[in-house]
Write a protein that binds this ligand. Structure first.
Ligand code: DP6
Length: 330
């Protein structure tokens, strides 16, 4: 396909929140994780990306939210396009237009939805016909957690040992269970240490080995809780897991401390609200913002409570969504 322009393909990919986290890599370059992880896709935080390979371009032209990226920012995307070009035996440069629906710097990781959308749109635009598993592998090479944004709904990422064995698949579809995820934004500041760097530091925490020992059991238990639709059992595992990952972060050298006083205050509130009957559970990624899992019947009550918290700048309400989809191909 070395014609003037190939198809312009647009894909939409959700962000995801990990219930069991990916923290630490067995292979940094291939982004093969040390452990399996489990996540859900988020309906209100997504990336839409169009890719078109064009003869008239002498370098990749990339915009994010209508602004051109500088060389450093675009390097990771160009490297990913190179992976696609290699698979498709294609030399044309691409125009990539990416829009995140969530505000920049809202503390929602854009790399998962970003690389999932780029992989699906890019592969199709390059004339590749990849199945879900191959797309998940491709997305993983761009950003580990992106592999979990490809399949629908409730997802497990099998760590694997080789690249083609490390992919995510759907445990249950998005309509399986009406769990919601409220993202309470307490800070929009860019994090000082990104997750790629954090994964490397994880391995030097004295707690990392013990974290790994407990993980298989935790994954079996959370999958059972999800299979039984046992919300409290699942929530207890999710909270313990978030604390476990943050204990590793805090004990890495140098230490990574992502929480702020506002994060901790919200965690405490959620525990207190639970004591008074409101069943919700927190989880936190590599940043200060708090994800609150609840059943859909409790969203309204939680929103009312969160509105009263002066430190909460914004709340993004998510249902569980499908994975990455092609929107158009013209
Ligand atoms: C804390 O997938 O962002 O969100 O592969 O370096 O891009 P890279 O890492 P990334 O790490 C995600 C870390 C996490 C936990 C998780 O999503 O499982």
């Amino acid at each position: 396909m070395q014609t003037e322009s190939g198809l312009k393909v647009t894909a939409k990919a959700p962000a995801n929140i990990a219930l069991i986290k990916f923290w630490g890599k067995r292979d940094e370059k291939l982004r093969i994780p040390m452990n399996n992880s489990v996540s859900v896709n988020l309906s209100s935080a997504f990336t839409t990306t169009s890719v078109q390979f064009r003869k008239s371009l002498n370098k990749d032209k990339i915009t994010l939210n209508n602004h051109p990226l500088n060389n450093l920012e675009s390097e990771r995307i160009t490297t990913h396009l190179d992976r696609i070009r290699k698979l498709a035996k294609l030399s044309l440069k691409a125009e990539v237009i990416t829009i995140n629906n969530f505000p920049q710097g809202s503390g929602i990781a854009s790399s998962a939805s970003g690389f999932a959308a780029l992989s699906m749109a890019g592969a199709k635009a390059a004339g590749l016909n990849l199945n879900e598993r191959q797309l998940s592998v491709l997305a993983r090479l761009g950003s580990g957690s992106a592999c979990r944004s490809i399949p629908n709904g409730w997802v497990e990422w099998k760590a694997g040992e080789k690249s083609e064995e490390s992919f995510a698949y759907s445990l249950h579809d998005s309509k399986y269970w009406d769990v919601c995820d409220l993202i309470a934004i307490v800070s929009k500041k860019r994090k000082a240490v990104g997750s790629s760097e954090g994964h490397t530091l994880a391995l030097n925490s004295p707690f990392y080995k013990s974290r790994l020992i407990g993980l298989d059991d935790k994954i079996t238990k959370i999958k059972t809780a999800i299979n039984n639709r046992d919300f409290c059992q699942m929530g207890e595992i999710v909270e313990a897991e978030a604390l476990n990952m943050h204990a590793v972060m805090m004990t890495s050298i140098p230490a990574l401390l992502y929480w702020t006083p506002e994060t901790l205050q919200l965690m405490q509130n959620i525990i207190d609200w639970r004591k008074s009957g409101l069943k919700s559970y927190y989880t936190i990624d590599a940043g200060p913002n708090v994800h609150i899992l609840c059943l859909s019947k409790d969203v309204k009550t939680l929103l009312t409570k969160l509105k009263r918290e002066e430190n909460v700048e914004e709340v993004i309400v998510n249902q569980i969504s499908d994975g990455t989809k092609i929107l158009s191909s013209v």
